[in-house]
Write a protein that binds this ligand. Structure first.
Ligand code: HSE
Length: 393
């Protein structure tokens, strides 16, 4: 009978969540032999005998046949995952930043060394979206994947919209509850959603797009004016990531806040929950919903990757390996709401068409259509401006 002997890297929110989930699960014969941590003196609810600070205690142990990487630092994660695979060990990783940046090499390493790398836990917490994209949606009917992929920003927006909390208080709660990244800018500025979207795009459409080539804008510039605007129009603001076909051979991607109307499924996704709407040519739309952050939901997802390895499951990257992968474009128009204060800030935006305009001494806004390529060209500038931008559904 097969046995998984696990070497775990990281014992933060998710690592500890996995440890707890694994204690409760009898599904597979899997045991954590070693846990590699940065700081051995931190108080942890685990036997000190399991802990090490030396990565070689895991990577060099021939008995360990599965490495589970749940650390924060993307560069360290890259080196751990790469070395583990080069040494013939399969890996489960939750590191979306590392995966999004190094995906092509990660696929190559799996091929070269005959090992598997599973990472369903890296996107949408407890929702099994990657494996579904890989297995069920492995044909060309899929037209778009749209979702709330970041639990922290959704928690913050829920608290602001439902409970009238301040942004700062809601962010602090998301941090205290263990939802936020150690650098919460990743959550609120849309980078976490961006990395997850890059990973989903590999499995949904077979294309690897560098994160810097995709537009992302987050919620940290949100003001009371924007909240009131949304409420007056009967809408909610959510941070949305989207990849979709523009035509048969072309896809487009973005991460940005969206003013959602109540008829949309993701309108009702609150707190740290994530929601993903998958659209296809003949099945219209399908909806997946579940907790997207937190120790136990994400720990459960890591367990699912571990049990998948127990059954020798691996991603086949069917669409990535197919010769018909679509091209990526940003040459498409998006309808947006732009709130600004200074005309100088407004001048960075080249609207193709404006349908609504409001000016006052305090705030101005326009609603209109703008090319995604224009937004992408100013993406690093936007967080520094006194503006807020949201797609209009
Ligand atoms: N910080 C992430 C989130 C954790 O809030 O969604 C789960 O990936």
């Amino acid at each position: 009978m097969k046995k998984l002997t696990i070497g775990l890297f990281g014992f933060g929110t998710v690592g500890e969540g996995l440890y707890q989930v694994l204690q409760k699960s009898k599904t597979v014969d899997a045991q954590i032999k070693r846990i590699c941590v940065k700081n051995p003196n931190k108080k942890r609810r685990v036997s000190a005998d399991l802990l090490t600070t030396n990565a070689e205690d895991i990577l060099g142990d021939p008995e360990i046949n599965l490495v589970v990487e749940l650390i924060d630092n993307a560069e360290d994660a890259y080196s751990i995952v790469k070395t583990a695979m080069q040494r013939g060990k399969s890996v489960v990783s939750g590191n979306k930043a590392m995966l999004a940046v190094h995906m092509a090499e990660m696929i190559e390493l799996q091929k070269q060394h005959g090992v598997a790398l599973l990472y369903d836990a890296s996107a949408c917490g407890s929702i099994p979206v990657i494996r579904n994209l890989e297995e069920y949606y492995d044909n060309d009917l899929l037209t778009s994947v749209t979702g709330i992929l970041n639990g922290s920003s959704n928690y913050i927006l829920t608290k602001i919209f439902q409970d009238g909390e301040t942004y700062e208080k809601a962010l602090k709660e998301a941090q205290d509850l263990g939802f936020a990244e150690s650098n919460p800018s990743f959550d609120v500025d849309g980078f976490d959603s961006l990395f997850k979207l890059i990973i989903l795009t590999v499995h949904a459409f077979g294309v690897i797009i560098p994160p810097e080539d995709v537009f992302n804008f987050g919620i940290s510039n949100l003001s009371d004016f924007d909240i009131n605007y949304a409420k007056e129009k009967g809408r909610k603001i959510k941070l949305v990531a989207r990849v979709g076909k523009v035509d048969d051979d072309t896809i487009t991607l973005y991460v940005m806040p969206r003013m959602l109307t109540p008829n949309l499924y993701i309108y009702s996704v609150e707190e740290e929950y994530n929601g993903v709407v998958i659209r296809g040519q003949f099945y219209d739309k399908q909806f997946m919903f579940g907790k997207g952050a937190g120790a136990l939901p994400t720990g459960s997802s890591v367990l699912s990757d571990i049990t998948a390895r127990f059954h020798d499951y691996r991603y086949e990257y069917k669409k990535y390996n197919s010769p018909q992968a679509p091209k990526y474009t940003t040459d498409n128009l998006i309808k947006v709401y732009l709130r600004y204060r200074n005309v100088n800030d407004f001048e960075h935006f080249r609207f193709a068409e404006i349908s609504e305009k409001y000016t006052s001494n305090d705030y101005c806004y326009v609603v209109g259509k703008i090319r995604l390529s224009n937004l992408l060209s100013i993406k690093s500038l936007l967080p520094k401006l006194d503006i807020f931008l949201a797609a209009m559904s």
